[in-house]
Design a binder for this molecule. Structure first.
Ligand code: ADP
Ligand code: ADP
Length: 228
């Protein structure tokens, strides 16, 4: 079954740049999806639609069968978690713990539920031991994991990460991918936008290539084992 369906999505920025020009694609439930495409293809613009930051100007996106619109925007944000490329856009509290607890607190959950979710999320990204540290003391890769924990604490069905391994060293990259595999094993659909074709070929169960605001190709990772 598809957890996300995108149909003929158009998006034009205020300055007239047409970033999406009829994008259509499906994301299967509990898949590991790699979204590939050159700079300017429309990947970030598309990702910003997936949790309602951009609303479709034309076309439609359905999440778990419900169309994203003004009315469902808030619900969508609880179902689809978005991790930005730069953790400094997402990590801002005085301590790691506070940062990850921010979402659950905002959801109006009880103190015990907030604590439980925060601890579970921090353990899932292997950052529990850093819970009392201010985020600015952390390495880039650690900050990235805190940003992921902040999204996980909302318990989304789908987690979407923009360039999760960019600027990470090989060890940091390996740790991050192990974390994503753990989330997938627990039943979350995981989607990454990446420039790393080798990583996508090795890791993804579903590959989507976009270019010029439309889908160029979609299929399983055998799509990437061609010479063209
Ligand atoms: P990608 O993430 O694949 O590099 P983007 O979604 O960032 O692609 O960009 C798609 C197109 O939209 C590009 O032509 C880009 O220059 C343009 N674009 C992105 N953000 C904005 C913006 N805020 N205002 C105007 N144009 C933008
Ligand atoms: P180049 O010299 O190829 O332009 P840079 O080192 O200037 O590469 O990085 C390009 C972009 O990547 C910059 O905008 C910077 O913000 C980001 N970047 C690079 N390394 C890191 C890092 N360790 N942490 C956060 N952002 C980084």
């Amino acid at each position: 079954a598809n957890i996300i369906e995108v149909e003929n999505l158009f998006y034009c920025y205020r300055d007239g740049t047409k970033a999406l020009k009829g994008l259509s694609l499906n994301i299967e439930e509990n898949s590991k999806v790699a979204l590939l495409g050159p700079n300017g293809a429309g990947k970030s613009t598309f990702l910003l639609h997936l949790n309602g930051i951009h609303l479709p100007q034309k076309g439609a996106i359905r999440v778990l069968g419900s169309e994203i619109n003004k009315k469902t925007e808030k619900w969508v944000r609880s179902q689809v978690g978005l991790v930005f490329q730069d953790p400094d856009d997402q990590v801002f509290s005085a301590s790691v713990w506070e940062d990850v607890a921010f979402g659950p607190v905002n959801m109006g959950l009880s103190q015990s539920e907030v604590d439980e979710r925060t601890e579970t999320a921090l353990r899932a990204v292997r950052m529990y031991d850093f819970r009392d540290k201010p985020p600015y003391h952390l390495s880039y890769g650690q900050k990235k994991r805190v940003a992921i924990a902040g999204v996980l604490a909302m318990r989304p069905q789908v987690i979407v990460l923009d360039e999760p391994v960019a600027y990470l060293d090989p060890k940091g990259k390996e740790t991050l991918m192990e974390i994503l595999d753990g989330l997938h094993a627990a039943g979350t659909t995981v989607m990454i936008a990446t420039h790393d074709v080798d990583l996508a070929a090795e890791w993804a169960s579903q590959v989507i290539i976009i270019k010029n605001g439309v889908t160029l190709a979609a299929g399983d990772n055998s799509l990437l084992n061609r010479d063209d």
